[in-house]
Ligand binder design. Structure first.
Ligand code: PLP
Length: 428
């Protein structure tokens, strides 16, 4: 779509009315598509003609969501997946294979940390090395010829650390390495990762983009102009040699048809051969969430700031971690990278000790104990005993999660009610 602002794109991008001119995007609940004749079927399978074949690879409702997300994020192409983890997995698998190395931030979602620290090296033979998101001088020393991707979160869950994105992407560019940013917590309405040099953005759509706690989904979005980084780059050989499993197709050759090489391979290799496809009904549900995200994320951020200020002055709270607070170590990065200096709805605080943390979770009434974030309803969780329970003591320490850490996902309720609820639980 033309040069519209993000909130307009979230409502209109990528949808052209079909014959019924429905104002709501239709749910194309179909596994497969009828070809006009066998010649068309042949052309589609040999990629001479782009079009629908089978919904594991392309579905019209999902296609609208992925293109709309790409436009809102400011990218060129999007691929949706069944969950955020599938998006993270495919985004990385597209860069690295056995013997290669992925570098990743020490402050990321627990599930992604497990994928990188355990699943990739132990099950796939892909080496992974952690870098300190707060000391990027260490990052460059980790790079060698086997390095294929640098992965980080713009606003990390649950540590609530903000990445110095420009510094990371400058290093990635210097060595011709793909940078991948998980922009789930920030959302494209608070942080436009592509403006700061990121190559690939991934999302768990299950969080703020959905906003209702009812649908899982993931997205991988490619920036404009990524093809030259991949084509003929010796670092990305699998894109530049024939793929026997696809009749000798060289993925980088789709550049000649002006197609995005990186995303094309996600569709043609990972979604096609592994699955983890988004359903049409999930895409429709996520489209509803995306339409109102620009307004919701402002209210999440306003409420969270009010609650952070309340907690900061509470006698029974040891420490509050919210980048919107002036004394927070990430406040300067928030000002540099985040639209309107808003910091989303995720905040954490330190209770007196482990028992106090558990008691707070059990005593809140509006806040529900839920291992999720980004819902319109306020949520509370104790990471050490739930989302991060699979991490070793050392991994927990690295991720800055203590036994008394409580994570809140601030919803859209009245801030006064949320403050009263927390106050009675913390004092009890
Ligand atoms: N990325 C981040 C930052 C997350 O917080 C999560 C889940 O909590 C994921 C990815 C995984 O997403 P999903 O739960 O949709 O698989």
């Amino acid at each position: 779509m033309a040069d519209y602002s993000q909130s307009t794109l979230a409502l209109h991008a990528a949808y052209k009315f079909d014959t019924q001119r429905t104002i709501s995007v239709p749910i194309y609940q179909s596994t497969a598509y009828s070809f006009e004749d066998l010649a068309q079927a042949e052309a589609r399978f040999s990629l001479k003609e782009m079009g629908n074949t089978y919904s594991r690879i392309k579905n019209p409702t999902v296609a609208i969501l992925q293109q709309r997300l790409a436009e809102v994020e400011g990218g060129i192409f999007g691929v949706c997946t069944a969950s955020g983890m599938a998006a993270v997995f495919y985004a990385l698998l597209n860069c690295a294979q056995i013997g290669d190395t992925i570098l990743y931030s020490n402050k990321i979602y627990g599930g992604t940390q497990t994928l990188l620290a355990h699943t990739f090296p132990k099950r796939f033979g892909i080496k992974t090395k952690e870098f300190d998101i707060d000391d990027l001088n260490s990052l460059e020393n980790l790079i060698d010829d086997s390095t294929k991707a640098i992965f980080f979160e713009s606003l990390s869950n649950p540590q609530i650390a903000i990445a110095d994105t420009e510094k990371i992407t400058q290093i990635a560019k210097k060595y011709g390495i793909i940078s991948i940013c998980d922009n789930t917590v920030a959302t494209p309405f608070l942080h436009k990762a592509f403006d700061f040099g990121v190559d690939i953005v991934v999302h768990s759509l299950s969080k703020y983009i959905n906003g209702q706690g009812n649908t899982l989904g993931g997205a991988i979005i490619e920036r404009k102009g990524l093809n030259p980084l991949i084509k003929n780059n010796p670092r990305y050989k699998p894109f530049n040699i024939p793929d026997e499993s696809y009749h000798g197709l060289v993925y980088a050759s789709v550049d000649e048809q002006n197609l995005p090489i990186y995303s094309f391979r996600i569709l043609a290799e990972w979604l096609k051969n592994i699955g983890a496809t988004m359903s049409a009904t999930s895409a429709w549900q996520l489209l509803q969430g995306l339409e109102t995200l620009s307004l919701r994320i402002q209210k999440h951020s306003q409420n969270a700031l009010e609650i952070a200020k309340f907690l900061q002055n509470h006698p029974n709270v040891k420490e509050v971690n919210y980048p919107g607070l002036a004394n927070n170590p990430y406040n300067a990065l928030l000002k540099k990278y985040f639209i309107n200096e808003q910091a989303s709805g995720l905040l954490s605080f330190e209770a007196r000790d482990y028992e106090h943390a558990k008691s707070i979770c059990n005593k809140t009434k509006i806040f529900k104990i839920v291992a999720n974030l980004g819902d319109s309803k306020s949520l509370i969780i104790h990471p050490a005993s739930t989302t991060h329970s699979q991490l070793s003591q050392e991994e927990l320490k690295n991720a800055q999660i203590s036994p008394s850490t409580i994570r809140l996902s601030i919803g859209l309720e009245d801030a006064k009610d949320l403050i009263a609820d927390l106050d009675q639980a913390i004092r009890a």
